[in-house]
Design a protein around this ligand. Structure first.
Ligand code: SF4
Length: 323
């Protein structure tokens, strides 16, 4: 799929869907950066104790979660309902993305018993849908793909649940992606994170085309596995660029898409350029559905794994074909 064809799709879709006017999304304007959370991003302080079971279990089994590492704003809600997204392969990442709170550095050796501990946690939480993600491990020969496979197999051996992997790009290497595919996850999720123009600023060592190639490879080699991707909004992208990105994903048959508000996890990470109003998320959700995605989640608090089980279970059983 060429960038030109995605641009053409966006050019056609924007006026048809009434999204040609871009009410506020523009290039980054440093002086206009919002400093306060808008009212729709303020949440009541959660009741104490709700997250205790999940927190204690994660600690007891020595696991990592992206909920904590990425300072996810939904942690109270998800953990209270005994849902978590487990982050395997350690808590140190080899890539310096500008949006992510996971520490960067030299990771430790992979723990061989992690798949069993992960499966134990999923069983005790009684998960019906398991989401497994990881840090990026460019230091490993297989970049952690074999460990992903082992984690999926371990979880499947312990419980009857759908399984979603949210992977790094494995440098786009088909042989490594195939290691994960071999374990037959139900959903293969890999995030573009942002539009093409902002990749270098936001993801730094990762590339838009490589990420599209990962998802396309999964779709070509295993059409029964649903593919999924997500974008953080509010980093300076325009609505037209978002629609172009959605068109790129549709061109490779991506089944699910998530759109959520970027929130700056710590002061040293990229600032928020703009807070999108919930109405804008609704409109982008409508656009994505009109483009043919099987399932779409679009809202300020949407994250890749937010209500991932509902998304996987609501979708028709037949994945989309390549366009
Ligand atoms: S949305 Fe995902 S990462 Fe955030 S708390 Fe929920 S399960 Fe964890």
């Amino acid at each position: 799929m060429s960038p030109a064809s995605a641009k053409e799709t966006a050019r056609v879709l924007l006026p048809v869907l009434g999204a040609g006017a871009d009410p506020g999304a523009t290039e980054a304007e440093p002086d206009a950066r919002p400093r306060r959370l808008p009212p729709w991003l303020k949440r009541p302080i959660p009741a104490a104790g709700g997250i205790g079971f999940t927190r204690d279990l994660v600690a007891e089994l020595g696991l990592e979660t992206v909920c904590e590492s990425a300072k996810c704003p939904n942690r109270s809600e998800c953990w209270t309902s005994r849902t978590a997204t487990f982050m395997v392969l350690g808590d140190v990442c080899t890539r310096p993305c500008g949006f992510c709170a996971v520490p960067r550095g030299k990771p430790e050796a992979v723990a061989d018993d992690e798949p069993d501990r992960l499966a134990e946690a999923c069983a005790r939480l009684g998960l019906k849908h398991v989401v497994i993600t990881s840090v990026t491990r460019d230091d490993l020969l297989d970049q952690g793909a074999g460990h992903f496979r082992d984690c999926v197999l371990a979880v499947r051996s312990r419980l009857d649940a759908t399984i979603e992997v949210l992977t790094p790009d494995f440098s786009g290497r088909p042989d490594l992606i195939d290691l994960v595919i071999d374990a037959r996850p139900d959903v293969f999720n890999h995030n573009l994170e942002t539009v093409a123009r902002l990749q270098r600023a936001v993801r730094r060592k990762s590339q838009y085309a490589t990420s599209l190639a990962v998802l396309e490879h999964v779709k070509r080699s295993s059409p029964a596995i649903k593919t999924k991707s997500g974008l953080m909004l509010g980093l300076g992208e325009t609505t037209e660029e978002v629609v172009e990105t959605l068109a790129d994903l549709r061109m490779i048959g991506c089944d699910f898409v998530t759109l959520g508000q970027y929130l700056q996890p710590t002061a040293r990470l990229l600032p928020v350029v703009r807070y999108l109003h919930p109405d804008e998320f609704d409109e982008l959700g409508r656009i994505a559905r009109a483009m043919g995605f099987l399932e779409v989640a679009s809202g300020p608090f949407v994250r890749s794994s937010y209500h991932a089980g509902e998304m996987a279970q609501a979708a028709p059983s037949t994945p989309l074909p390549l366009v």
